[in-house]
Design a protein around this ligand. Sequence first.
Ligand code: BV8
Ligand code: ZN
Length: 254
Amino acid sequence: MSPTEHADDIALTVDRLASADHVCCLTGAGVSAESGIPTFRGADGFWAGGRAQDLATPEAFARDPEKVWEFYLWRRGLLTEKKPNPGHLALAAIEQHVRRFTLVTQNVDDLHRLAGSRNIIELHGNLWIDRCPACSREVHRSIEDVSNQIPHCDSCGAMMRPGVVWFGELLPAEAITTAQEAASSCDIMMVVGTAAVVQPAASLANWAKANGAFVVEVNPEATPVSHLADARFPLPSGQILPQIADSLVSRATS
Ligand code: BV8
Ligand code: ZN
C-alpha cells in the first residue's frame, strides 16, 4: 500500500478517535489471521467443507464428543505457538489513548488479552476454558495444560465441554447486553476482521450506525456491513491498524 493511499481516511479516523468519548471495536477471526490462526470461512478455514455444523453445535457434541474435543484440543495446541500480531497490539495501544474503549470480540483465542487489551467482552467464550455441563464448574486452562486428554470434572466426574458458545446456543447474557450498550453509545465503531455473518454479533455494527456512530471497517473483503462504513480499509488489520495507532499516539504525545 503506498503511503499516501488511504491517508485521508487514516486522518479522518484518527480525528474521530482523538475526539471520541467512547470507542467500540468488534473483532472477528480476521484480526488473528496474521498470527497464523486459520479463519472460519476462508479457503483454509476451520469451517471449510461446511464442518461448522458437525463441530460447533451442542448436537455435534452430544453425537460425537470425542470428535468435537479433538477439534478444540487441536486448536488449543495450535495456539501454543501463536502470539498477538501488530493488529492486536495496535488495538491495545488505541485503548490506552482514547477516553473509553470497549473491545467486543467473537474470537476465543485470548490473543487480545495477551496483546494488552483490557476492556474485553468475549461474546463467544474462550478456548482456554473448560466447563462442566453437569455442575457448571469452570476450569481456566493454560498453555502448560495443553494435552490431548479429554477433561473430566474434578467435582462430579462428568466429561467437560469447551467453554465456547456453539451455534444454536445463547450468548452469555451479560456479554451481549454490555456489547449492545457499548454499540448504542459509542461515537466510533471499528469493525475489524469479521465476515459479519454470525448473529447477534454482526448486528452490533447496525446498532452503532443507528446511534449515529462513525463506522470504520477493516477487512480485505467486502461484507454485509461494508455499506455502513464511513471509512473502509480493504487491507489486513496488521497493516493498517498500526498506522492508525501510531498516528493517534504521536498526536496524543505531541
Ligand atoms: C444464537 C465459537 C440465539 C465456537 C462461534 C438456526 C438455529 C440456531 C441459530 C441460528 C440458526 N440460524 C442462524 C442462527 C443464528 C446463528 C448464526 O448467526 N448463524 C449464521 C452462521 C447464519 N447464531 C447463533 O447460533 C448464535 N446464538 O443466535 O442464539 C438462538 C438460539 C437458538 C435458536 C435460535 C437463536 C451463536 C453464534 C456463536 C457461534 N460460535 N464461535 C468456535 O470458535 O469454535 S462463531 C465463529 O464465527 C467464531 O466465533 C467467529 O469469530 C465467528 C464469526 O466469524 P468471523 O470472525 O467473521 O470469521 P470468518 O472466518 O467468517 O471471517 C473472517 C473475516 O476476516 C473475513 O471477512 C476475511 O475477509 C477477514 N480477514 C481475513 N484476513 C484478515 C481479515 N480481516 C482483516 N485482516 C486480515 N488479515
Ligand atoms: Zn461437574
